[in-house]
Design a protein around this ligand. Structure first.
Ligand code: L34
Length: 279
């Protein structure tokens, strides 16, 4: 039976560390939080991030914009926040409404305030092993592996999903931690043959029930990054939790797994940004 990785408890520890370091700074770090439109899931995540800020002694500056906000208005807000010395980090919650170009917004955020680590400069720095920031979700997964002493060096790691915000950077961080990484996606034939070899299996696809017990190696660590809403309205990940739990050595629940860690790592990035800005 797998050990359940407690993302909520670990996130609380990480945030306590951030809070105590924030207490040593000459001024509180500041996070600008941009939320465009009224996607209910995004609203929940953003509220969570603002609550985390309060918990860590970080100021948050909310910017709620209507769904039909013109692109130039959003870009102008970002430029203004780039110049605002009280703002150490700028978070523009994704996804954006379809008429807005997320890449353009990300490009406009000054790299030293890019606490999501989405800007191409920071992605590049990370990819050559000289990170300024680490992307929050993959960094949260790495923190879980470290805390639970799940070794990565020399291990077979399989990542499902190749998104820019999770799959690709996850594969990169596992590679840097000396794992042997296979990145699978919708065009991967016979994915099961690959996942069955995985010591560490990370799923970030967004399809409930994708990862079945048959796909998991006995004793594997199974990390579920997905956030789906099941037909019953309940949150679930990609992993068939009940079936996989007996077979795995470690498993993350949804909710209470990777999600809270994503938010905790954002707090770490804010601390880093504030220090760089001389706080
Ligand atoms: N810019 N956009 C930007 N940065 C990010 O880092 C994100 N992400 C993803 C979506 N868009 C983003 C998040 O914040 C996903 N994500 C995220 C963050 C937190 C949680 C889930 C996704 C989270 O707190 N999950 C809780 C349950 C929340 C609920 O009840 O709905 C959990 O326990 O998993």
């Amino acid at each position: 039976m797998a050990v359940r990785i407690d993302g909520k408890a670990l996130a609380a520890q990480v945030k306590a560390r951030v809070r105590s370091e924030v207490g040593t700074l000459s001024r509180p770090p500041g996070l600008a939080v941009i939320l465009v439109g009224d996607d209910p899931a995004s609203a929940v995540y953003v509220r969570g991030k603002e609550a985390d800020c309060a918990e860590c002694g970080i100021r948050s500056f909310p910017h709620r914009l209507p769904a039909d906000t013109p692109e130039e208005t959003l870009l102008e807000l970002v430029r203004q926040l780039n110049e605002d010395d009280a703002v150490d980090g700028i978070l523009c919650q994704l996804p954006l409404p379809p008429h807005l170009d997320a890449d353009l917004v990300i490009h406009t955020i000054r790299p030293d305030k890019d606490v999501d680590c989405f800007h191409p400069f920071n992605v590049g720095q990370m990819s050559i092993g000289r990170p300024a920031f680490l992307p929050c979700t993959p960094a949260g997964v790495m923190e879980m592996l470290r805390y639970y002493q799940i070794p990565t060096a020399g291990k077979r790691c399989v990542v499902l999903g190749r998104s820019n915000i999770v799959g690709k950077p996850m594969a990169m961080l596992l590679t840097q931690a000396d794992g042997t990484v296979t990145l699978c996606h919708s065009r991967t034939p016979d994915m099961e043959a690959l996942t069955r070899e995985a010591d560490i299996l990370v799923s970030a696809v967004g399809r409930p029930g994708l990862v079945t017990a048959e796909m998991v190696k006995e004793g594997a660590a199974v990390i579920d990054v997905a956030m789906n809403r099941g037909p019953d309205g309940k949150l679930c990940g990609d992993v068939d939790f009940a079936a996989v739990e007996p077979k795995a050595s470690y498993i993350t629940p949804v909710p209470g797994g990777v999600g809270p860690m994503t938010r905790a790592m954002l707090m770490c990035n804010l601390l880093t940004a504030a220090k760089k800005h001389g706080a």
